[in-house]
Design a protein around this ligand. Structure first.
Ligand code: BG6
Length: 456
């Protein structure tokens, strides 16, 4: 039974309005939840209608009947997270709703707030007994979701993990990364471990390099203040890119679920090391509201890293991300080593390449060599393509719907374990300590012009 009460902290924030409330509405519309009630909380004294209105305006389509039903299961309670009395009142309210609507007592807390509030929310919810420390088998279950970024460096993430573990078991904790819930990313593990022809080649004997690219055409828009304090390394590299890198390079998990995936991803991140790189900032960033006039925050990063284990010995992992670039392009390339040439003419041969495209056109493609037609041994590169949308149609469940369902079902595969986070922060801290050069680039370009080893 998918039955629970969801307590949404930060209910008036951007994330709640743009992603979480629409995802909940969509799950209700698709009848994927059996009995759900939502309590939004935030500092302002407003009505639930005002809370929902902000999200409603962003939904492309509304089914009146579903929206009405959605309103009936949604509630709002004003709350100051520094006031324990407010949490006690919230607990009473939760119990009233659980009783009135015959809920089984499963509770899910969603912290859609900045990470410096996570500890207080957890401690206060625990002190008010909204959530208690429970084991994985216990029913009703009690779980908590933390949004990214989780901390802002190794020390703060470690401290936060410790404070959370003082109140809860790791099996109750979901540090979610919406990238892990994306369809093509969930597909990486299955692609690797269900195709006999891929896994034997997936190592340093056959792969020359791996590239992970998360280029974004959009700038930082109205998120100037957040972004000025965060930067590309914390905003995208530490979480999304490192998790992609871990999925691409991990050893085979025993099963493709929760803790097995976390274990294998953590092993990679533990063995990841930084080699070199550059940072960039787009021209005009400093004029955005909330951004300091002399800001040195990076909006672009291109890095070379290594996974120090037998499988990936000597294989560079090149990663790149940036805002305000020429094109939105989110993909992974596995560049194979070139084949030895046995042709009389026409060498060197183009190397094979497997691409996993996340956006804008999700799918896989494999670049091979094939004979050019006619009386010749000339080879030309050809591409075999799998277009996700062409074969399966437009994929509708959005990442946040998948996150909610997986947490409700108790699968921790989309959740990042405490040590994964700590290992990845260690590398980010090291990169910041190196004080890499920051180059300026034009909005709409491919990033800084500077040459550096491994530029992609
Ligand atoms: C978010 C970052 O986590 O991920 C944003 O804060 C970034 O800056 C976004 O744009 C990218 O996610 P997606 O799903 O649009 O690729």
């Amino acid at each position: 039974m998918r039955d629970c009460i969801l307590i949404l902290f930060g209910a008036l924030g951007d994330l709640a309005k743009k992603k979480i409330i629409p995802a909940l509405y969509s799950l209700v519309h698709k009848e994927q939840l059996d009995n759900l009630h939502i309590i939004g909380t935030d500092l302002a004294n407003i009505s639930k209608h005002n809370m929902l209105k902000a999200a409603q305006e962003l939904l492309p389509e509304i089914d009146e009947k579903t929206w009405h039903a959605f309103e009936q299961i949604t509630h709002y309670q004003q709350l100051d997270i520094n006031n324990l009395e407010d949490f006690k009142k919230l607990k009473e309210f939760i119990e009233v709703i659980e009783k009135k609507h015959n809920l089984s007592g499963n509770r899910l807390i969603y912290c859609a707030t900045p990470s410096d509030l996570f500890s207080t929310i957890t401690k206060q919810s625990h002190a008010a007994r909204i959530i208690t420390c429970t084991s994985i088998e216990e029913r009703p279950w009690q779980r908590i979701i933390y949004e990214k970024p989780f901390g802002r460096d190794y020390t703060s993430a470690k401290k936060l993990n410790k404070e959370i573990h003082n109140c809860l078991n790791e099996t109750q904790v979901y540090r979610v990364d919406h990238y892990l819930a994306k369809e093509l990313i969930a597909n990486i593990t299955l692609l690797r471990f269900t195709n006999r022809m891929l896994e034997p080649q997936w190592n340093h004997h056959d792969i020359a390099s791996v590239e992970i690219i998360l280029d974004e055409e959009i700038g930082v828009a109205h998120r100037g203040n957040y972004y000025n304090q965060t930067g590309a390394l914390r905003d995208v590299v530490q979480n999304h890119i490192f998790e992609l890198l871990a999925l691409v390079s991990m050893e085979p998990p025993t099963t493709i679920t929760g803790s097995d995936l976390q274990e294998k991803r953590a092993e990679v991140l533990k063995n990841l090391s930084f080699d070199s790189g550059i940072l960039g900032q787009y021209e005009g960033f400093r004029t955005i509201d909330g951004v300091k006039k002399d800001s040195m925050t990076e909006t672009f990063a291109a890095l070379k890293l290594f996974v120090n284990n037998e499988r990936w010995k000597g294989v560079p992992f090149y990663i790149r991300t940036g805002k305000c670039l020429q094109k939105t392009k989110k993909l992974i390339h596995l560049n194979f080593k070139p084949e030895h040439c046995r042709l009389i003419a026409g060498c060197p041969l183009p190397a094979n390449r497997l691409t996993i495209a996340i956006e804008p056109h999700a799918g896989f493609s494999l670049e091979l060599n094939a004979k050019k037609p006619g009386y010749t041994t000339t080879v030309v590169p050809i591409t075999m393509e799998f277009c996700h949308e062409c074969l399966f149609g437009v994929y509708t469940p959005q990442a946040y719907e998948v996150i909610l369902l997986e947490v409700i079902d108790g699968d921790q595969g989309i959740s990042v374990r405490f040590d994964e986070i700590e290992y990845s922060w260690k590398i980010i801290d090291e990169i910041y300590r190196k004080q890499l050069p920051l180059y300026f680039y034009k909005c709409g370009s491919n990033g800084p012009d500077e040459e550096f080893e491994g530029k992609i």
